[in-house]
Design a protein around this ligand. Sequence first.
Ligand SMILES: [Zn+2]
Length: 96
Amino acid sequence: MIKMIKKKMPQHTCEGKIRSGSTWHPSYRACGKTATLEHEGRWFCKTHHPPTQRARLDATWAAKQAKWDSQRESLDEVYRKAAAYDKLVKLLEMFN
Ligand SMILES: [Zn+2]
């Protein structure tokens, strides 16, 4: 049976570093997962593959910026409404 023959593929382990230990005394250990992606001659798992990590960071950054933008917009709206309220109050005072 041909299915019985398993060709042994050379396996790489991920060279990514995992941070452990405390905040003030960090220590690092190798990821050690089966590596599936190669980058500049080194092997990484999907999590630690540098271009993938960078893309994920970029996505995180873009999401943060979008959030900040919408927060700034809603703040502008608050100021605009406050200014309109002031005008309204002044206008009403003129009629009093
Ligand atoms: Zn890894």
